[in-house]
Design a protein around this ligand. Structure first.
Ligand code: 4NP
Length: 158
């Protein structure tokens, strides 16, 4: 079966989307679905190109047994709209920017992450200016969303 290619997108690609990438990859490995899923992340902004994830995202991932320290920030690029099947924005601002960037015929690939995963439209709030507790809440939100996403992707291919 052809792998499903999922790109998570936030603003900086240092807090939310690399954590979502790490969580989804880990959950896919646990379920034996790793070869069936390609996952990556990117930011709409360019401030953190080449940077590792925010230390608070690295720390919360590590507390939950996931290592995202080797990931490196990058910006969304035009080829992403052909290279991925699903481009999941963390919040409505990310989705609006992605739709503006999407080449003709690819805008349907752009979806709000939790809306697509759970059927209930909800933003994953930007935690950048928040304290450490916001990152535990972020992890819980992403973990629940990634479990729903895996179920939804399973339905898509079965
Ligand atoms: P992220 O959080 O979009 O979840 O990676 C942010 C990280 C950096 C900035 C904004 C949001 N920034 O303005 O540099």
């Amino acid at each position: 079966m052809k792998p499903v290619r999922v790109l998570f997108v936030c603003l900086g690609n240092i807090c939310r989307s690399p954590l979502a990438e790490g969580v989804l990859r880990e959950r896919a490995i646990e379920k034996g679905l790793a070869s069936w899923l390609k996952v990556d992340s990117a930011g709409t902004g360019a401030w953190h190109i080449g940077d590792p994830p925010d230390r608070r995202s690295i720390a919360v991932a590590r507390r939950h047994g996931i290592d995202i320290s080797g990931l490196s920030g990058r910006q969304v690029r035009a080829e992403d709209f052909s290279g991925f099947d699903l481009i999941l924005g963390m919040d409505e601002d990310n989705v609006a920017m992605l739709k503006r960037l999407a080449p003709a015929g690819t805008a349907d690939k752009v979806q709000l992450f939790l809306g697509y995963a759970t059927g209930r439209s909800q933003n994953v709030p930007d935690p950048y200016y928040e304290g450490a507790d916001a990152f535990e809440a972020l992890y819980q939100m992403l973990d629940a969303g990634c479990s729903s996403l895996l179920e939804r992707l399973g339905e898509r291919t079965s």
